[in-house]
Design a binder for this molecule. Structure first.
Ligand SMILES: [Zn+2]
Length: 276
C-alpha cells in the first residue's frame, strides 16, 4: 500500500512508522512504499469501533487523520447504519459517510449492519468484531468510554471490553486464528473524566470539522430546522468545538482529543517519551 508522506528531502527516511522532522521551511512530497509485501494481508495499526456512522468523525476524527498522516493503517468499523436517527435516511447517511471518507482517507471502513437503537453485547456481535480484529491483526482498538448517554454507545463499550479479551482466546469460534489487540483505548464523549492522555489535533482540526460537516442531516452546518435534534443544534456545535479546545488547552495546544487507558503506562525513556 502507498502512503503519502511529507518531509524534507534531506530528512532520513523511516518506513512504516513515525517520521519526525523539524518545522518545515520547504518540503517536497514523497511517496513511500511500506514494507508490507503485496501478497500479505493488510494489517491495521488502529481500529475504531463506532456505534453509528459519524461517531468516528465526531469523537476521534482528528486523531484518525493524524495517525493516517503518520503512515499508520487506520480503520473504522461502524456497527450500525444509523437507520434509527431522527433526521435523514440510511441512504443519506451512507452518502455522508462516503463524503467523510474522502476527508479521512482511511485504509479500512466497513459497516456490520447491526440494529441501530438495538445494539447489544451479544455473542453474534462479538464474533463479527473478533473476526475483523483477527483478520486485520489490529494493534490498537479504540472505543467509547461507557456508560454513555446513548445506549448504543454503551453497548460498543461493553463489546470492546469483551472482544479485547475474546479475540485472543484460542477457543473462541472464529474463521481466523487468535489475535488480541496490544492495547484498547477509550475515547471520551461528553461526560467528565480525567484523560490518560490527549492527542494534539490542532493541525487536523479543520479536516475533522469538514468530516463532521459531511453529515449534514445530523449536525449543524449553517442553519437549524424545526426537527433538529440536540446534536443538530448550533449550541451543540459550539459546545463540541469548545470541548476539543478545552482538551487542547490542557496540553498547551489549540485543539485536542482525550483518551483513557485502563492500564498504567510504562515509560522506558522519560526524555524521549515525555519531552520530545
Ligand atoms: Zn452515535
Amino acid at each position: 500500500m502507498w502512503v503519502k508522506k511529507e518531509t524534507h528531502w534531506w530528512a532520513p527516511l523511516k518506513l512504516g512508522g513515525n517520521l519526525r522532522h523539524s518545522e518545515p521551511v520547504s518540503y517536497c512530497k514523497m511517496w513511500v512504499k511500506k514494507k508490507t509485501p503485496w501478497w500479505a494481508p493488510m494489517k491495521l495499526d488502529y481500529l475504531l469501533l463506532a456505534a453509528h456512522p459519524d461517531d468516528a468523525e465526531l469523537y476521534c476524527g482528528g486523531t484518525l487523520i493524524k495517525m493516517r498522516e503518520k503512515g499508520y493503517n487506520v480503520g473504522v468499523l461502524d456497527l450500525t447504519r444509523g437507520e434509527a436517527a431522527t433526521s435523514g435516511s440510511v441512504q443519506d447517511r451512507d452518502r455522508e459517510t462516503q463524503a467523510a471518507n474522502e476527508v479521512l482517507q482511511l485504509a479500512f471502513r466497513e459497516n456490520l449492519g447491526l440494529p441501530d437503537s438495538g445494539l447489544e453485547d451479544t455473542h453474534d456481535a462479538r464474533k463479527l468484531i473478533v473476526d475483523v480484529i483477527r483478520e486485520y491483526r489490529v494493534k490498537i482498538l479504540i472505543a467509547p468510554l461507557g456508560p454513555c448517554r446513548h445506549p448504543d454507545h454503551t453497548a460498543v463499550y461493553q463489546l470492546a471490553r469483551a472482544v479485547s479479551f475474546f479475540s485472543g482466546a484460542g477457543n473462541f469460534p472464529s474463521d481466523h486464528s487468535p489475535w488480541r489487540p496490544l492495547r484498547t483505548l477509550f475515547h471520551l464523549e461528553f461526560r467528565d473524566h480525567t484523560p490518560s492522555f490527549v492527542t494534539d489535533i490542532t493541525k487536523q482540526f479543520d479536516q475533522k470539522l469538514e468530516a463532521i460537516e459531511a453529515y449534514s442531516t445530523q449536525f449543524y452546518v449553517g442553519e437549524e430546522s424545526e426537527e433538529r435534534t440536540v446534536i443538530g443544534s448550533k449550541r451543540f456545535r459550539d459546545m463540541m468545538i469548545n470541548r476539543f479546545k478545552y482538551y487542547g488547552n490542557l496540553i498547551g495546544c489549540d485543539y485536542g482529543e482525550p483518551f483513557i487507558v485502563d492500564e498504567i503506562l510504562g515509560i522506558d525513556d522519560p526524555l524521549q517519551n515525555l519531552i520530545e
